[in-house]
Ligand binder design. Structure first.
Ligand SMILES: Cc1ncc(COP(=O)(O)O)c(C=O)c1O
Length: 423
């Protein structure tokens, strides 16, 4: 009989060929063997309830039978063409139907790419260079996005701190950093700098919720200063509501980016806006000088589009988002109750569809206030959850529609152990 490779051996093999022993994403101390529905298994056969769900895409759970069927129907017809195909066109139609700011969309392969082009598009449209970004906001890996995501030094606003080596100072000079949920700070920037093209924001920044009126205020400031508002909806799109955060919060940006769920677990993302703004991708309308060159080998990939389309069809069914919120509410409530009973100071931050806990008594309204008073407590809490069969990132919990009552029971028991561990 062939000897099975243990997880420890896989981790060793990864260390030899992958820098830092991994793909750069998640804890390289676990190797996932498979995922089915609400569960994943590691290479040692340990089973977990999955609240990482691929960092967001697997909202329906792993291997949803209808999504698999849609993919299997597409596979024999072709895997990629670098040319228009019906699945991609249908997906564009479905997004335009769903998302308020989108009259047209352009497909790319990853969320970070979508954000990079969204910023470039705003610059092309306004003819200005500067971009306002919020401290702690995540928009992928482009040079512009890698500014003050997790600044190593606390500097004065609006100075940008690069998060990565290899980024020219000239990029930092074009970025203005502001605290999230602070309209006065944004207004001051807009009054002082007349060369701002756009404000880019996650409408729900990581798990920090916008305060009432904040997004409406951003919208009004952008209108008053003729600056474009970009919502990064890579995470929130088709999660907070079918029409994303812009539907949930009732604020329509000028440009939005989408990813994760719209690819149904395959590499696909998009940016969308009005036809007037999107005309910058069409040289015949906009002319060579204002044209934004954009192409990509996998853009509009038919397998990803088939998976995304079927995912969206399932999400449109009545009651879907009520059910997702019910699951999220149960998960918040079970943790909050257990922590409160144990007398542990905490805040549940985010939305029922995406949230986590900060071990603090302070309200979490921006990057500087969203912190654990004792980060060790969070590490122990999450490690204990993992040991008792709950798989999540230490900074976010993604509920999925595949979660069952049995999953909630298992999670409740893991939470009891985790709370005990930090008492
Ligand atoms: C808000 C946000 N924007 C952009 C991205 C980048 O997307 P991708 O990892 O597909 O490049 C992410 C990824 O998690 C994200 O959370």
């Amino acid at each position: 009989m062939q000897k099975l490779t243990s997880q420890a051996e896989w981790i060793e093999r990864a260390r030899a060929v992958l820098p830092a022993g991994g793909f750069g994403n998640f804890d390289p101390g676990i190797v996932i063997a498979r995922g089915v529905g609400s569960r994943v298994w590691d290479e040692d056969g340990q089973e977990y309830v999955d609240y990482l769900i691929g960092s967001g895409p697997m909202l329906l759970g792993h291997g949803h039978p209808e999504v698999m069927e849609a993919v299997l129907q597409q596979l024999p017809k072709g895997m990629t063409f670098f040319a228009n195909n019906t699945k991609g066109i249908e997906l564009a139609e479905a997004i335009v139907d769903a998302v308020p700011c989108c009259e047209q969309v352009r497909f790319v392969a990853s969320g970070g790419e979508a954000d990079m082009y969204a910023i470039r598009l705003a610059r092309a449209y306004t003819g200005r260079d500067k971009v306002v970004k919020f401290e702690g906001g995540y928009h992928g890996m482009s040079a512009e996005a890698q500014m003050s995501l997790a600044p190593s030094a606390r500097v004065n606003f609006p100075q940008a701190v690069p998060d990565s080596a290899g980024i020219p100072q000239g990029v930092a000079d074009q970025m203005l950093i502001a605290p999230f949920n602070d309209l006065a700070a944004v207004e001051a920037l807009l009054n002082e700098h007349k060369d701002i093209a756009a404000i880019i924001t996650e409408p729900l920044q990581r798990i920090i919720a916008p305060e009432p009126g904040y997004l409406q205020g951003l919208r009004a400031l952008c209108d008053a200063h003729h600056v474009l508002l970009i919502f990064d909806e890579i995470v929130t799109g088709f999660r907070l509501a079918y029409g994303g955060a812009q539907e949930r919060y009732g604020v329509t940006p000028d440009i939005c980016t989408l990813g994760k769920i719209i690819g149904g677990g395959f590499p696909l993302a998009a940016l969308g806006a009005s036809a007037e703004i999107m005309a910058h991708f069409d040289k015949s309308i906009i002319g060579a000088d204002k044209w934004l060159m954009q192409l990509g080998t996998l853009s509009g990939n038919p397998v990803a589009a088939a998976a995304g389309l079927k995912t969206m069809e399932i999400l449109r069914r009545p009651g879907t988002y009520d059910r997702l919120r019910e699951i999220g509410h149960s998960l918040q409530d079970m943790q909050s109750t257990a922590l409160t009973e144990a007398g542990i100071a905490h805040r549940i931050c985010g939305d029922e569809t995406l949230f986590d806990i900060y071990f603090t008594e302070r309200p979490c309204r921006d990057y500087r206030t969203a912190h654990h008073d004792n980060p060790k407590r969070n590490a122990i809490y999450n490690a204990t959850l993992r040991r008792h069969g709950v798989f999540k990132s230490p900074g976010k919990l993604y509920p999925s529609l595949a979660i069952t009552d049995a999953d909630l029971d298992l999670t409740r028991s893991a939470v009891a152990h985790a709370v005990q561990a930090i008492c």
